[in-house]
Design a protein around this ligand. Structure first.
Ligand code: ADP
Length: 485
């Protein structure tokens, strides 16, 4: 696996959870997994111990030589992580964006060009011959193009799989970077690496992988439309059956109210009394008045970016509050969204509390303490928090997009089936309707018990998802064998 994040070493979003959950699930079967990762400052400062391997790696980028050491560690007992070190490139406060300017690092072409090329250089230098190379998002995209064009016998029989976690991050660089990446002129077409006149490393991954996956079935369909294709819809359509949607899973060793070490009291599907204790606790932690303990409590944990549709929540908040709802929000991201939330919270201190922070333990306490979880994302490739919410008996209210639609089932009081509430147009009125239904259910004890039971019983474990990937890897291996005969 070639990826730019993995929990518990470094995380900015769902990619890290996916890498962790999927590799852990593989490692529990008889698969050997090696994950390649840049040796970022955050990784260096993690509590893990690293062994420095003796042979450094050198790669060429735009006629310049870049060298880095290789550090090894093991996570989840069996998952090997190979970190590629280059302090000039990675010893910084941000992963992709400079926190001081809020802008992408100017040398991201070199940073992720080095990363991709060093990962394949490692394989040759250390005589490591994987059965499958699986790269993730634009940061891993060059691996696909690089091994495709290298015509290197070393990789000739090795199939490439590429996963799109979010099509809106495209790894775009000016056309001159074709030389930096060592790609041929012939690749600079819209069916290759060219995107709106630039070189896109996301396009590189999509065009040159043997198989392309994305993180939910619905998103796999949506990205083939102009609305959510972000200019890539045609190459995605062109990949035909080689583009497959596999919905992400949940690591129930980390997200499980029965054993979660970060919540006030553990609870189970058979006895939810601990959930009320968690609710009281999180209300106190967010400095909301004690009276909120009996009100319907809505939770949000999110990167604060346009994609997440948080403005819809702010729009409906006065109505939500007028019907007795309370809201707790944890998030970090765009300053304007952070400021808008903080201002709203100043106006309604009795009903809304906002924490601008990135805080994993607090995220668990919100999952455990809230009654409802709001995810009105404009688009959402898969989304993880709605699945975490289900396991915590916290009822998700979601927009019917991407993985949110695939993983949440609308509750039907008549049939007693379903585990959440959905709305199909990303507008405040539609969200408010779903919220009204949710509050109505909260007020009817038998329905409320039923929906929570349904939610907690849903199974989205990685083990099941990993089996789908293994079948896909086998398909890629078989097809590759045939094509090189
Ligand atoms: P994305 O990858 O677009 O951010 P996902 O729903 O796929 O969205 O994954 C988000 C992950 O990041 C979840 O594990 C979520 O709990 C976590 N997360 C997001 N914001 C925060 C935050 N402010 N504090 C703690 N965890 C967060």
């Amino acid at each position: 696996m070639v990826a730019s994040e993995i929990e518990p070493l470094v995380k900015t979003g769902g990619l890290a959870d996916v890498l962790s959950g999927l590799s852990n699930a593989f490692a529990k079967t008889d698969c050997e997994v090696t994950v390649f990762l840049p040796f970022y400052k955050q990784v260096k400062e993690s509590k893990y111990e690293f062994t420095r391997l003796d042979q450094p790696i050198s790669v060429q980028l735009g006629g310049r030589n870049f060298t880095g050491s290789v550090l090894r560690t093991v996570i989840h007992e069996k998952v090997e992580v190979i970190c590629l070190e280059n302090n000039d490139l990675y010893l910084r406060d941000g992963l992709y964006v400079d926190p001081e300017t809020g802008e992408d690092y100017k040398d991201n072409d070199l940073r992720f060009g080095f990363f991709a090329k060093a990962a394949s250089a490692y394989c040759k230098a250390y005589k490591y011959r994987p059965h499958v190379i699986h790269a993730h998002d634009w940061q891993g995209g060059l691996v696909m193009a690089d091994t495709f064009f290298a015509q290197d016998p070393y990789f000739k029989k090795t199939p490439n799989v590429f996963t799109i976690h979010n099509l809106s991050y495209q790894g775009k660089f000016p056309p001159e970077s074709l030389t930096t990446f060592g790609l041929p002129e012939s690749s600079f077409t819209s069916m290759g690496v060219e995107l709106f006149g630039d070189v896109s490393l996301l396009s590189a991954g999509i065009s040159y992988a043997d198989l392309v996956t994305t993180v939910s079935e619905k998103y796999a369909e949506q990205i083939k439309t102009p609305e959510l294709g972000f200019g890539l819809e045609n190459i995605l359509i062109g990949r035909g059956e080689k583009l497959i949607g596999i919905t992400n899973g949940v690591d129930y060793e980390r997200w499980n109210p029965e054993i979660d070490p970060w919540i006030k009291e553990n609870y189970t599907i058979h006895n939810l009394s601990g959930k009320q204790v968690c609710k009281n606790n999180v209300i106190e932690e967010f400095n909301l008045p004690e009276i909120c303990c009996n009100a319907p409590l809505f939770g949000v944990i999110s990167r604060m970016i346009e994609q997440k549709g948080l403005d819809l929540i702010m729009d409906i908040f006065p109505d939500l509050m007028a019907h007795g709802g309370k809201l707790i929000v944890l998030g970090k991201g765009q300053q304007n969204i952070e400021q808008d939330f903080l201002e709203l919270a100043r106006n309604y201190p009795e009903s809304l509390s906002v924490r601008i922070d990135y805080n994993e333990p607090l995220a668990h306490r919100i999952e455990a303490g809230a009654d409802f979880f709001l995810m009105p994302s404009r688009f959402e490739p898969c989304g993880l928090n709605q699945m975490y919410s289900l396991r915590y008996g916290t009822i998700p209210i979601v927009h019917t997009t991407g993985g949110l639609d695939d993983t949440v089932k609308e509750f039907s009081p008549k049939l007693g089936r379903g585990n959440g509430f959905k709305f199909s147009s990303p507008h405040p009125e539609a969200l408010l309707k779903a919220v009204a239904k949710a509050m109505d259910t909260f007020g009817k004890p038998r329905r409320w018990d039923k929906i929570r039971e349904n939610a907690m019983a849903a199974d989205h474990s990685w083990d099941r998802v990993a089996k789908k990937y293994l079948r896909l890897y086998q398909q890629a291996i078989n097809e590759k064998k045939k094509s090189v005969l």
